[in-house]
Design a protein around this ligand. Structure first.
Ligand SMILES: NC(=O)c1ccc[n+]([C@@H]2O[C@H](COP(=O)([O-])OP(=O)(O)OC[C@H]3O[C@@H](n4cnc5c(N)ncnc54)[C@H](OP(=O)(O)O)[C@@H]3O)[C@@H](O)[C@H]2O)c1
Length: 302
């Protein structure tokens, strides 16, 4: 497999596309092209070529011709287009397609309510796998990054940390372990995959910056602020039941409630990508191991 130089990205200005594009820009090995929809209102870093095109097979094949790799990091609305992107990449002779995981991969511990969402994502993943089997010039990688920890803690107080009010909600004992990858780690994971095409071909890589728990994070928040935080208690089971009820009732909040409930479901280890940093693909990809203090510093920065 020859070295990857020309890289196209779908979803470049999204929550994850932004740090991924920034990491690619910092890596001297890559020349980046952004591909976007005609109706997109996204804005992109100055100086990068942007191809604005309908997401048809013919148009995407033309857009991807000459690229060594393509990265799909579109949000939920773009997931149905992923299979066409894969097909176009293979037709254009792209060597590596990074499928849209950036989540939990094929997680056997995921709650059944997420099956329909996962099934939609798997259409593109399965096509990439099948295409790689049939076409030796085409390879894929899924990047399983688990909880996007610094971004998620800032965005979703339901994860237990209300930063503005220095208040924490600790589920059960607060000791349930889960894994997280920072936005910097997610960006580096993509760079690492493209720098190690042989070792990352046709598989899901498992990435993490930290294995932690709510109690460890609370201690880090308190160390950083120099104050005790107000702590209230909740249970993952209560949140799970509330999420189930919302799912049944068609209330979209079920997703967040069940994402958080399954992360803190005591004793279940539902949200552990790998047992430790050294057991993951992070060392291979150059994704740094981060302490709770380092992660919390990133959360408090903005
Ligand atoms: N593990 C987790 O907890 C977690 C959390 C968040 C996200 N994720 C995953 O990370 C990936 C990226 O998510 P994100 O939050 O970064 O996405 P996002 O910010 O919601 O969207 C990223 C980009 O997707 C493109 N897009 C949106 N709607 C589209 C449509 N209908 N058709 C085609 N493209 C469309 C847009 O790019 P253009 O405007 O340039 O076309 C948009 O900027 C997804 O797979 C998501 O599930 C995981």
């Amino acid at each position: 497999m020859s070295a990857i130089h020309k890289v196209a990205i779908f979803g470049a200005s999204g929550n994850f596309g932004t740090p991924i594009t920034a990491a690619l820009q910092r890596a001297p090995a890559f020349a980046i092209t952004i591909i976007t929809r005609p109706e997109s209102t996204s804005t992109f870093p100055p100086g990068l070529p942007v191809i604005r095109t309908p997401y048809t097979l013919a148009d995407l094949t033309a857009a991807l011709t000459g690229q060594d790799a393509a990265i799909c990091v579109v949000g939920p609305g773009g997931i149905p287009a992923q299979a066409t992107m894969v097909e176009a990449a293979a037709a254009a002779g792209v060597q590596r397609f990074i499928i849209d995981d950036f989540g939990w991969g094929h997680n056997p511990h995921s709650l059944p309510e997420f099956s329909a969402i996962h099934a939609q994502r798997r259409v593109g993943w399965d096509l990439a796998q099948q295409t790689a089997r049939e076409n030796p010039g085409f390879t894929f990688t899924g990047i399983t990054t688990g909880n996007p920890i610094d971004w998620a803690m800032k965005k979703f107080p339901m994860m237990g940390f209300d930063i503005a009010h220095e208040a924490a909600t600790i589920y059960d004992s607060g000791t349930e372990k889960f894994t997280g990858t920072t936005l910097a780690g997610i960006g580096q994971a993509v760079v690492g995959v493209l720098l190690h095409p042989e070792e990352t071909a046709n598989r899901f890589v498992k990435v993490l910056s930290i294995v932690t728990s709510q109690n460890e994070l609370l201690e880090a928040f308190q160390r950083a602020s120099g104050r005790q935080w107000t702590v209230q208690r909740d249970s993952a089971q209560r949140l799970m039941e509330s999420g189930h009820r919302k799912f049944e009732g068609g209330n979209g909040m079920w997703r967040l409630e069940l994402v958080v409930a399954q992360m803190f479901d005591e004793g279940q280890a539902r949200c552990v990508v790998a047992p430790s940093w050294s057991d993951s693909d992070s060392p291979l990809l150059g994704v740094a191991e981060e302490s709770a203090d380092e992660v919390v510093a990133k959360v408090l920065q903005v």
